[in-house]
Design a protein around this ligand. Structure first.
Ligand code: PGA
Length: 250
Protein backbone atom coordinates (compact mmCIF):
# COMPACT_ATOMS: atom_id res chain seq x y z
CA UNK A 1 0.00 0.00 0.00
CA UNK A 2 1.39 3.40 -0.98
CA UNK A 3 1.27 6.19 1.55
CA UNK A 4 -1.42 8.84 1.15
CA UNK A 5 0.26 12.20 1.57
CA UNK A 6 -0.95 15.78 1.63
CA UNK A 7 1.95 18.23 1.74
CA UNK A 8 1.63 21.99 2.12
CA UNK A 9 4.21 24.16 0.38
CA UNK A 10 3.92 27.55 2.04
CA UNK A 11 6.44 29.08 -0.39
CA UNK A 12 7.52 32.63 0.61
CA UNK A 13 4.36 33.37 2.56
CA UNK A 14 3.57 34.21 6.21
CA UNK A 15 5.83 35.82 8.80
CA UNK A 16 6.97 33.71 11.75
CA UNK A 17 3.99 34.67 13.93
CA UNK A 18 1.49 33.89 11.18
CA UNK A 19 3.25 30.63 10.38
CA UNK A 20 3.16 29.55 14.02
CA UNK A 21 -0.58 30.39 14.15
CA UNK A 22 -1.23 28.32 11.04
CA UNK A 23 0.76 25.39 12.43
CA UNK A 24 -1.15 25.63 15.72
CA UNK A 25 -4.47 25.66 13.89
CA UNK A 26 -3.50 22.51 11.97
CA UNK A 27 -2.08 20.70 14.99
CA UNK A 28 -5.30 21.41 16.88
CA UNK A 29 -7.38 19.79 14.14
CA UNK A 30 -5.48 16.57 13.54
CA UNK A 31 -8.44 14.51 14.79
CA UNK A 32 -10.22 15.63 11.57
CA UNK A 33 -7.47 14.20 9.37
CA UNK A 34 -7.98 10.54 8.36
CA UNK A 35 -5.46 8.37 10.21
CA UNK A 36 -4.06 6.87 6.99
CA UNK A 37 -3.20 10.29 5.54
CA UNK A 38 0.19 11.81 6.26
CA UNK A 39 0.20 15.57 6.61
CA UNK A 40 3.42 17.42 5.84
CA UNK A 41 4.00 21.17 6.05
CA UNK A 42 6.86 23.08 4.43
CA UNK A 43 7.20 26.54 5.97
CA UNK A 44 10.05 28.95 5.08
CA UNK A 45 13.46 28.32 6.72
CA UNK A 46 12.96 31.10 9.29
CA UNK A 47 9.88 29.35 10.70
CA UNK A 48 11.20 25.82 10.98
CA UNK A 49 12.38 25.68 14.60
CA UNK A 50 9.31 27.47 15.96
CA UNK A 51 6.94 25.34 13.87
CA UNK A 52 8.81 22.16 14.89
CA UNK A 53 8.00 22.94 18.54
CA UNK A 54 4.33 23.53 17.77
CA UNK A 55 3.74 20.35 15.77
CA UNK A 56 5.80 18.03 17.98
CA UNK A 57 3.70 14.95 18.79
CA UNK A 58 0.81 16.08 16.55
CA UNK A 59 1.54 13.66 13.72
CA UNK A 60 2.28 16.50 11.29
CA UNK A 61 5.68 16.13 9.63
CA UNK A 62 7.99 19.03 8.89
CA UNK A 63 9.57 19.76 5.53
CA UNK A 64 11.92 22.40 4.17
CA UNK A 65 11.43 23.91 0.73
CA UNK A 66 15.04 23.61 -0.45
CA UNK A 67 18.56 22.81 0.72
CA UNK A 68 22.07 23.71 -0.39
CA UNK A 69 24.00 21.67 -2.96
CA UNK A 70 27.10 21.79 -0.73
CA UNK A 71 27.52 20.21 2.68
CA UNK A 72 29.03 23.16 4.61
CA UNK A 73 31.35 26.12 4.51
CA UNK A 74 31.64 29.45 2.71
CA UNK A 75 28.29 29.53 0.89
CA UNK A 76 26.70 32.71 2.21
CA UNK A 77 22.94 32.58 2.38
CA UNK A 78 22.62 28.83 1.94
CA UNK A 79 21.10 26.30 4.35
CA UNK A 80 22.57 22.80 4.42
CA UNK A 81 20.80 19.47 4.71
CA UNK A 82 22.69 18.86 7.98
CA UNK A 83 21.29 22.12 9.41
CA UNK A 84 17.79 21.05 8.42
CA UNK A 85 18.29 17.64 9.99
CA UNK A 86 19.26 19.35 13.25
CA UNK A 87 15.89 21.16 13.49
CA UNK A 88 14.77 18.31 12.91
CA UNK A 89 13.20 18.31 9.48
CA UNK A 90 11.98 15.02 8.00
CA UNK A 91 11.33 16.06 4.39
CA UNK A 92 12.72 18.53 1.87
CA UNK A 93 11.07 19.73 -1.32
CA UNK A 94 13.66 19.73 -4.11
CA UNK A 95 13.50 20.90 -7.71
CA UNK A 96 10.32 22.91 -7.39
CA UNK A 97 9.64 24.54 -10.75
CA UNK A 98 9.94 28.01 -9.17
CA UNK A 99 13.50 27.11 -8.17
CA UNK A 100 14.25 25.56 -11.56
CA UNK A 101 12.87 28.67 -13.27
CA UNK A 102 14.17 31.55 -11.09
CA UNK A 103 17.23 30.12 -9.31
CA UNK A 104 18.95 28.02 -11.94
CA UNK A 105 18.19 24.75 -10.21
CA UNK A 106 19.44 22.18 -12.71
CA UNK A 107 19.12 18.40 -12.63
CA UNK A 108 22.89 18.37 -11.99
CA UNK A 109 22.47 20.44 -8.80
CA UNK A 110 19.53 18.30 -7.78
CA UNK A 111 21.66 15.17 -7.93
CA UNK A 112 23.90 16.74 -5.28
CA UNK A 113 21.02 18.08 -3.18
CA UNK A 114 19.15 14.81 -3.14
CA UNK A 115 22.29 12.89 -2.08
CA UNK A 116 22.98 15.39 0.71
CA UNK A 117 19.38 15.27 1.95
CA UNK A 118 19.39 11.47 1.97
CA UNK A 119 22.74 11.37 3.77
CA UNK A 120 21.07 13.34 6.57
CA UNK A 121 18.06 11.02 6.64
CA UNK A 122 15.82 13.66 5.10
CA UNK A 123 13.22 12.35 2.67
CA UNK A 124 13.30 14.32 -0.59
CA UNK A 125 10.10 15.41 -2.32
CA UNK A 126 11.32 15.77 -5.90
CA UNK A 127 9.17 17.97 -8.15
CA UNK A 128 8.94 17.41 -11.89
CA UNK A 129 6.68 18.92 -14.52
CA UNK A 130 6.35 20.58 -17.90
CA UNK A 131 5.54 24.13 -18.96
CA UNK A 132 2.76 24.97 -21.38
CA UNK A 133 5.01 25.12 -24.44
CA UNK A 134 6.47 21.70 -23.62
CA UNK A 135 2.98 20.27 -23.21
CA UNK A 136 1.62 21.78 -26.42
CA UNK A 137 4.62 20.71 -28.50
CA UNK A 138 4.42 17.16 -27.15
CA UNK A 139 7.84 17.40 -25.47
CA UNK A 140 6.42 16.81 -22.02
CA UNK A 141 7.34 13.14 -21.84
CA UNK A 142 10.96 13.89 -22.80
CA UNK A 143 11.20 16.68 -20.23
CA UNK A 144 9.66 14.73 -17.36
CA UNK A 145 11.46 11.53 -18.34
CA UNK A 146 14.80 13.41 -18.19
CA UNK A 147 13.94 15.00 -14.83
CA UNK A 148 13.29 11.53 -13.45
CA UNK A 149 16.20 9.70 -15.09
CA UNK A 150 18.89 12.38 -14.61
CA UNK A 151 18.16 12.74 -10.91
CA UNK A 152 16.48 9.65 -9.52
CA UNK A 153 18.33 7.04 -11.58
CA UNK A 154 21.50 8.05 -9.67
CA UNK A 155 19.98 6.57 -6.49
CA UNK A 156 20.18 3.08 -5.06
CA UNK A 157 16.84 1.27 -4.46
CA UNK A 158 17.27 1.87 -0.69
CA UNK A 159 17.61 5.60 -1.35
CA UNK A 160 14.77 5.68 -3.87
CA UNK A 161 12.44 4.09 -1.33
CA UNK A 162 12.76 7.30 0.73
CA UNK A 163 11.79 9.66 -2.10
CA UNK A 164 8.38 11.15 -2.83
CA UNK A 165 7.78 12.45 -6.36
CA UNK A 166 5.51 15.41 -7.05
CA UNK A 167 4.14 16.00 -10.54
CA UNK A 168 3.44 19.69 -10.93
CA UNK A 169 2.49 20.94 -14.40
CA UNK A 170 4.02 24.44 -14.36
CA UNK A 171 1.05 25.90 -16.25
CA UNK A 172 -1.22 24.81 -13.38
CA UNK A 173 0.79 26.27 -10.49
CA UNK A 174 -0.85 29.26 -8.88
CA UNK A 175 -2.86 29.90 -12.04
CA UNK A 176 -6.18 28.40 -10.99
CA UNK A 177 -5.87 26.00 -13.95
CA UNK A 178 -5.77 22.41 -12.74
CA UNK A 179 -4.76 19.48 -14.89
CA UNK A 180 -7.84 17.32 -15.43
CA UNK A 181 -7.71 14.10 -13.45
CA UNK A 182 -7.12 12.20 -16.72
CA UNK A 183 -4.26 14.51 -17.76
CA UNK A 184 -2.66 14.15 -14.33
CA UNK A 185 -3.14 10.37 -14.22
CA UNK A 186 -1.51 9.98 -17.63
CA UNK A 187 1.66 11.63 -16.34
CA UNK A 188 1.60 9.92 -12.94
CA UNK A 189 1.39 6.55 -14.71
CA UNK A 190 4.23 7.63 -17.02
CA UNK A 191 6.38 8.62 -14.02
CA UNK A 192 5.72 5.28 -12.35
CA UNK A 193 6.53 3.39 -15.56
CA UNK A 194 9.75 5.38 -15.97
CA UNK A 195 10.74 4.62 -12.37
CA UNK A 196 10.05 0.93 -12.96
CA UNK A 197 12.68 0.87 -15.76
CA UNK A 198 15.36 1.24 -13.11
CA UNK A 199 13.66 0.21 -9.87
CA UNK A 200 11.26 -2.53 -10.98
CA UNK A 201 8.48 -3.33 -8.53
CA UNK A 202 9.69 -0.63 -6.11
CA UNK A 203 8.05 1.89 -8.46
CA UNK A 204 4.68 0.67 -7.19
CA UNK A 205 5.63 1.65 -3.64
CA UNK A 206 6.61 5.26 -4.42
CA UNK A 207 4.09 7.96 -3.56
CA UNK A 208 3.51 10.35 -6.44
CA UNK A 209 1.72 13.59 -5.53
CA UNK A 210 -0.12 15.98 -7.82
CA UNK A 211 0.47 19.71 -7.45
CA UNK A 212 -0.94 22.74 -9.24
CA UNK A 213 -4.06 24.59 -8.08
CA UNK A 214 -5.20 21.58 -6.07
CA UNK A 215 -8.01 22.60 -3.72
CA UNK A 216 -10.94 21.09 -1.81
CA UNK A 217 -13.15 21.36 -4.93
CA UNK A 218 -10.93 19.19 -7.14
CA UNK A 219 -8.85 17.07 -4.76
CA UNK A 220 -11.35 14.18 -4.58
CA UNK A 221 -11.41 13.66 -8.33
CA UNK A 222 -7.61 13.81 -8.55
CA UNK A 223 -6.94 11.55 -5.57
CA UNK A 224 -9.37 8.95 -6.94
CA UNK A 225 -6.99 8.23 -9.82
CA UNK A 226 -4.98 5.03 -9.65
CA UNK A 227 -1.49 6.56 -9.63
CA UNK A 228 -2.22 9.78 -7.72
CA UNK A 229 -1.31 9.29 -4.07
CA UNK A 230 -1.94 12.77 -2.76
CA UNK A 231 -1.14 16.41 -3.31
CA UNK A 232 1.55 19.05 -3.00
CA UNK A 233 -0.54 22.06 -2.15
CA UNK A 234 0.50 25.71 -2.49
CA UNK A 235 -2.13 28.41 -2.07
CA UNK A 236 -4.73 26.19 -0.39
CA UNK A 237 -2.16 25.07 2.22
CA UNK A 238 -2.20 28.57 3.71
CA UNK A 239 -5.78 28.14 4.91
CA UNK A 240 -6.26 25.51 7.63
CA UNK A 241 -9.85 24.82 6.51
CA UNK A 242 -8.81 24.10 2.92
CA UNK A 243 -5.75 22.07 3.84
CA UNK A 244 -7.74 19.87 6.23
CA UNK A 245 -10.54 19.49 3.66
CA UNK A 246 -8.00 18.33 1.07
CA UNK A 247 -6.71 15.70 3.52
CA UNK A 248 -10.28 14.37 3.72
CA UNK A 249 -10.57 14.02 -0.06
CA UNK A 250 -9.57 10.38 -0.52
P1 PGA B 1 -0.51 25.96 -6.03
O1 PGA B 1 1.03 25.56 -5.87
O2 PGA B 1 -1.31 24.93 -5.27
O3 PGA B 1 -0.62 27.34 -5.41
O4 PGA B 1 -0.82 25.96 -7.49
C1 PGA B 1 1.46 24.23 -5.85
C2 PGA B 1 2.97 24.18 -5.74
O5 PGA B 1 3.63 24.93 -6.46
O6 PGA B 1 3.53 23.40 -4.93
Amino acid sequence: MRKKIVAGNWKMNTNVKEGVELAKALAGRMSEVPSDVKLIIAPPFTHLTSVADIIKGSGIALSAQNCADQSKGAYTGEVSAAMLASVPVEFCILGHSERRQYYEETNEKLVKKIALALSENINPILCVGENLEERESGKLFDVIGAEIRDVLFTLSPEQMAKVIVAYEPIWAIGTGKTATSDQAEEIHAFIRKTLSEKFGALADEISILYGGSCKPANAKELFAMKDIDGGLIGGAALKADDFIAISQSY
